[in-house]
Design a protein around this ligand. Structure first.
Ligand code: SF4
Ligand code: SF4
Length: 337
């Protein structure tokens, strides 16, 4: 068996494979909770790999909604600090849009001055990605250049080709898994590769037909021409759109416990009034409409300036979670039509 070639994994062999991997790693995978798919620690329950991409992004396992950054202990007037060691993990079923979100976050958290808690979780996680052959209704990854096919950033990549998974390796760690668990795999056949191309091309066509693309110039013009006061009237100020977004990464830091305790990092949202309010009480973005406009500018202007990549990967979660049914992409289209 040549390990740099694509391999084939029968559907029935997936669970035995992850059971073996789960002996040394915490496995995170999409499972059902009250009938809805969610990324959670896998405990042997049925996998939700055929369901839509869960509303909670697996990016949460690198940048949780709330995490302990370190613990502090006071002794004789001096503080000592204890790191929280990361778990060795495998994330199964990460979609191409979420892989792209991690690429953006790696640039933000991992380059100039690496963020240790984020970087240590990245270093200790194996990613087994899943190509999107049946995109969700609100997805627009193709318009954002982040899907439906994954190009890089995975250790292993699965594509469901009907009779099983086509498996491709993207890193030495992925190659190691294929080698160590080779009894689960067979050589892929040319028809498996052809079926992968056919399914992904159909998926891309479906996504593109559903929501025509906008050029960066059109997006910039749409942000300027949107009536943000009108959007403000519909928004419930819940912040859900930011909290589910795999690219949003604003956070607050607080200490819990005196004299000993822990420093927490909690996700925050620029849509919330308190986020930009200063100690004096002044708020440069006091109106909700201004904050919503800023959210778009961050995604389509500021993050691209900083990272060279869009701050939106087209996962559609912000629209799915919104109780007011504010569809972020439609707002832009409507503004310039
Ligand atoms: S999820 Fe919808 S209602 Fe909530 S803050 Fe975002 S846009 Fe407003
Ligand atoms: S802005 Fe919305 S569609 Fe874009 S990455 Fe964030 S949650 Fe997904």
């Amino acid at each position: 068996m040549t390990l740099n070639a694509a391999l084939f994994l029968d559907h029935e062999n997936l669970v035995p494979l992850i059971e073996e991997l789960g002996k040394t790693l915490e496995v995170v995978a999409p499972v059902y909770a009250e009938g809805e798919p969610v990324f959670a620690t896998w405990k042997g329950e049925p996998l939700a790999l055929d369901a839509d991409n869960p509303l909670n992004s697996p990016v949460e396992f690198f940048l949780p909604q709330k995490e302990v950054l370190f613990k502090y202990v006071q002794c004789s007037g001096r503080y000592t600090f204890q790191d929280v060691p990361p778990k060795s993990r495998l994330i199964l079923g990460m979609r191409p849009c979420d892989l792209q979100a991690i690429k953006v976050l790696d640039e933000i958290f991992g380059t100039e001055l690496p963020d240790h808690p984020y970087a240590s979780k990245r270093m200790s996680t194996i990613i087994v990605a899943l190509n999107c052959t049946s995109p969700g209704e609100r997805c627009f990854c193709a318009q954002m250049g982040s899907g439906p096919a994954a190009e890089e950033g995975y250790d292993l990549l699965l594509t469901d080709v009907g009779s099983g998974y086509l498996v491709e390796s993207g890193s030495p760690a992925g190659m190691f898994i294929l080698r160590a668990h080779s009894h689960h795999f067979e050589e892929a056949l040319p028809e498996h590769l052809k079926e992968k191309e056919r399914l992904l091309s159909l998926a891309e066509e479906e996504i593109t037909n559903r929501r025509p693309a906008l050029t960066p110039e059109e997006i910039r013009r749409a942000i300027d021409e949107t009536d943000w006061g009108e959007v403000e009237k519909r928004c419930l100020r819940c912040g859900g759109c930011s909290l589910v977004c795999p690219v949003c990464h604003c956070f607050s830091v607080m200490d819990r416990g005196v004299p000993d305790g822990e420093r927490l990092r909690c996700r925050d949202s620029c849509v919330m009034a308190g986020f930009s309010r200063m100690t004096s009480g002044a708020n440069p973005r006091a109106a909700l409409g201004e904050r919503l406009r800023h959210w778009y500018l961050d995604k389509f202007v500021y993050i691209p300036e900083k990272t060279g990549m869009l701050g939106c990967v087209g996962c559609g979660r912000c629209s799915s979670v919104c109780l007011s049914e504010i569809d972020r992409w439609s707002i832009l289209r409507e503004a310039i039509e």
